[in-house]
Design a protein around this ligand. Structure first.
Ligand code: PEP
Ligand code: MG
Length: 586
């Protein structure tokens, strides 16, 4: 049994599928002369298989997500076909009697040493692509990783160090029932993907990969953060029962997707979805969302081999608008930096404090041409919505009034240029995200130049608590239900409501039943969350009145610790008609 951070609720039992970095047997012997030809053939067969796999991925992702997202696999295919790459490995098999896997490992080490000497971040990023190809080849050569082996029948639990965006896209290929990662926490990429698909997940389980083999039976408890490898019969049957209950409960909640979004006393709410791409927009519609409250555009950039141009962006934004419920979408400009980098924006050096550094809107300001391209694409795509104000544009990490003013004038300039060029576009409401404490404190002044406000509680909590949202060692501090965070949230919501400024919360806490009730008590009426959480939050809203929520909030504001607050809210929830405990992450 291992413990990590519970990042997506529910219980899953299934067959482990390990995504290793390249796995090289340290005891592997040198090949005997007579084995060389067979090893070369094995290597060629692996190349053929990987080539076919990459082509299939290009087609599949191209169709489902779009050409831009598929491009990364074309880059990988080019690396695979590169003769320098292949000839080196062949040479080591023949001359040094290395196994193909050991050859690939040596190649990666050579590239790593070579790339470490360059300051060119774009080149360094390419190392990640070389690694991706080597890992794929290695998977075919290794006995422990055969994606088509019979060990991989039935529901799979993916076990990985951390999921890369490209791996997350590829996960659509298999029936994934659970995710376990060594790194990451609540708000890392794998966690967000898991929640948006309603898959139980545990992150930050350090040192689990060496303990699990592909084919092992594994339990993921996304409520407590517990992972059990090869459980005994008794434990297994207990978890299988929980899994059945979880699946039944999911079904039961899914039936609530068409409920009107309103409280027991009839107060209407907007329950919106957070999405990363077209497939999520479709999931949002299927789950009964009223619209999209946060479209994270960075996914489009992270999976693109170079800069997505205006036409490519226009196409994808139009598709998103078309697929979103009611064609209602809030598009957020690129929020990159911190932990995520895009090669073409020239990250010249590794920053000492990336989360406090050159990220998000700060990076967009430094690349005005690039920023303007995104703004133009959004304004043009908005013209395809049938009504005014269905498409909104939102800016992340706003810290000062000057920044919001600057954003406004940049948008105005883009509109003027489009007008001059005679290109069709539509003016859209411009919003600010509140995720920096400074902006929360000065919100009354900054929001005067914003048409709406969206609370990015994932970042706001990490900055308020000075605790990295992706570091499992400090996740006990990075808690949305802590007294100081609740005070700040209440303040923000009061300020917006008093100033008649529309306000949404789009951090992960919107989908947490405890937080949802407290936010309701604070006067919040618009929530944006992972699509999978929408039906159950509609159900929860329908059985609670605003008065009840206000009463709960008043009691909670008297409590002094996070533990007390969680305990109090758990008790409150258990008195309501539904048992939410299976769906809670502790
Ligand atoms: C947030 O910070 O709460 C948010 C919604 O943005 P992201 O998780 O993409 O940083
Ligand atoms: Mg954020």
């Amino acid at each position: 049994m291992r413990k990590g951070v519970a990042v997506s609720p529910g219980v899953a039992v299934g067959t482990a599928y390990c995504i290793h970095e390249i796995f090289v047997d340290p005891d592997a012997k040198r090949l005997a002369d007579r084995e060389v030809t067979a090893e070369l053939a094995r290597y060629e067969a692996a190349r053929d298989r990987v080539g076919a796999e990459l082509q299939a991925l290009q087609q599949k992702v191209g169709k489902q997500v779009g050409r831009e997202a598929a491009a990364i696999f074309a880059v990988h295919e080019a690396i695979l076909r590169d003769s320098a790459f292949t000839n080196r490995v062949r040479g080591w098999i023949v001359n040094d009697r290395l196994t193909a896997q050991a050859g690939l490992h040596r190649l990666l080490e050579e590239y790593t040493a070579l790339f470490a000497r360059t300051d060119d971040e774009y080149l360094r990023e390419r190392l990640g692509d070389v690694r991706d190809v080597v890992v794929r080849l290695s998977a075919y050569l290794s006995d422990v990783l055969k994606p088509d082996s019979t060990a991989l029948q039935g529901p799979l639990i993916v076990v990985a160090d951390e999921l890369l965006p490209s791996q997350a896209v590829a996960l659509g290929d298999v029936e994934v029932q659970g995710i376990v990662t060594q790194r990451g926490s609540q708000t890392s990429h794998a966690a967000i993907i898991a929640r948006s698909r309603g898959i139980p997940a545990v992150a930050g389980v350090q040192g689990i990969l060496p303990l699990v083999k592909t084919g092992d039976t594994i339990v993921v408890d996304g409520r407590s953060g517990v992972v059990v490898i090869n459980p005994d019969a008794e434990v297994l049957s207990a978890y299988l029962k929980l899994q059945r209950e979880f699946v039944a409960l999911q079904g039961q909640f899914a039936e609530n997707r068409d409920l009107p979004a309103k409280t027991a006393d009839g107060v209407p709410l907007a329950i919106l979805a957070n999405i990363n791409g077209v497939a999520d927009a479709e999931a949002a519609a299927a789950m009964g969302a009223a619209g999209v409250g946060l479209y994270r555009t960075e996914y489009l950039y992270l999976t693109h081999h170079d800069v997505p141009d205006e036409e490519e962006q226009l196409e994808i934004y139009r598709r998103i608008i078309k697929a979103s419920p009611g064609h209602v979408v809030t598009i957020r400009t690129l929020d990159i930096g911190g932990d995520k980098t895009v090669p073409f924006l020239g990250h010249a050096h590794q920053e000492a404090n990336p989360f406090l550094g050159w990220r998000s809107i700060r990076l967009s300001f430094e690349n005005p041409e690039f920023f303007a391209t995104q703004i133009r694409a959004v304004l043009r795509a908005a013209a395809s919505a049938s009504e005014q104000d269905q498409v909104r544009l939102m800016f992340p990490m706003i810290t000062t009034l000057e920044e919001m003013r600057r954003v406004r004038s940049m948008v105005r300039r883009s509109e003027q240029r489009l007008e001059r060029e005679g290109i069709e576009f539509r003016r859209v409401p411009l919003g600010m995200m509140v995720e920096v404490p400074a902006a929360a404190i000065s919100l009354d002044t900054i929001m005067e130049v914003a048409d709406f406000v969206s609370i990015g509680s994932n970042d706001l909590v990490q900055y308020l608590m000075a605790a990295d949202r992706d570091n499992p060692k400090v996740s006990h501090l990075c808690q949305p239900l802590s007294p100081p965070v609740l005070r700040v949230l209440r303040q923000i919501i009061r300020t917006c409501n008093a100033g008649d400024k529309p306000v949404t919360l789009c951090g992960e806490m919107a989908g947490n039943p405890h937080a949802f009730l407290l936010l309701l008590g604070m006067g919040l009426r618009q929530f944006s969350m992972s699509p999978a959480f929408i039906p159950r939050m509609k159900k929860l809203a329908s059985i609670v009145s605003c008065k009840q929520a206000e009463k709960m909030l008043a009691s909670v504001m008297e409590l002094k610790t996070t533990a007390q607050i969680k305990r109090f809210m758990s008790n409150q929830l258990s008195t309501l008609a539904f048992d939410f405990s299976l769906l809670e992450s502790s």
